[in-house]
Design a protein around this ligand. Structure first.
Ligand code: ADP
Ligand code: MG
Length: 232
């Protein structure tokens, strides 16, 4: 299938640079971490510095891991995917964390034919977005995340994810999706940028709207696999 092939090519080209750099950084990182841990018992009064070095290394590691998501060349596989099944699996995965934080999931899955995509990358997109919602709600108590899917007349599937968390103040809206923009102490500011990129690579659209103290809505559309609805 020509379309599937084209998508696979695009994804691998975009991911190559980021993943290449990430791999190069990961190896020296591992040896730095190893040697700090090796020296640790000899440090006596200086253990505090070593602890800071280790936690900073952990942070670099987190950023590198996020960039690595952009490409996994060895197992990049474009295939028909049911977004409803994918979403149900993710929600099962995130349920216990959400439960602990008094967050409810509410779902409404309409007709949703398969789309062509790279499963790991699409999973990562929805994990990023739902995690943002969990964090936005947890920062101010309890709340809910509503997730729905439906088929649009233009043969795209729309996935809508809405939370009633802290929202984003208007003056910061334009910053969303900029690399490294974060309002969180431990954030990387890469989640939205990467999600947006992955969806664009799938020929989809990505939209986020938000109101401070009211909540945030993310809308993602992805084209359905042509073969699945017959000729046209
Ligand atoms: P990170 O989560 O590491 O901060 P993201 O790219 O995922 O990076 O998000 C960037 C910023 O966008 C967040 O720091 C937050 O300020 C804002 N944001 C994203 N999603 C939401 C949401 N659902 N509710 C409120 N703010 C959000
Ligand atoms: Mg995030």
């Amino acid at each position: 299938n020509e379309e599937l092939l084209r998508k696979a090519e695009k994804l691998s080209v975009i991911g190559e640079l980021a993943a290449g750099i990430a791999h190069e950084i990961r190896n020296p990182l591992t040896s730095l971490k190893g040697f700090i841990q090796l020296l640790y018992p000899t440090l006596q009064d200086n253990k505090l510095y070593a602890d800071i070095m280790l936690s900073e290394l952990e942070r670099i590691n987190l950023i590198v891991s996020e960039l690595l998501i952009l490409s996994k060349p060895q197992n990049l596989q474009i295939k028909p995917i049911s977004l409803v099944v994918l979403m149900q699996n993710l929600l099962a995965l995130l349920a216990s964390e959400a439960n602990l934080k008094n967050i409810r999931f509410q779902t409404s899955f309409g007709k949703c034919p398969p789309i062509a995509g790279e499963e790991n990358q699409l999973k990562q997109v929805f994990i990023n977005i739902i995690k943002n919602s969990i964090e936005a709600i947890a920062s101010q108590g309890q709340g809910e995340i509503r997730i729905s899917t439906r088929l649009l007349p233009n043969r795209h599937v729309l996935v809508r994810l809405a939370d009633n968390g802290c929202g984003v103040p208007e003056e910061l809206l334009s910053k969303l999706g900029e690399p490294f923009f974060t309002t969180k102490e431990k954030g990387t500011g890469l989640g939205l940028m990467i999600s947006n990129k992955i969806i664009k690579d799938h020929n989809g659209t990505f939209q986020i709207t938000s109101k401070k103290n009211q909540g945030t809505v993310v809308k993602i559309t992805l084209p359905i696999v042509d073969d699945d609805i017959g000729s046209s």
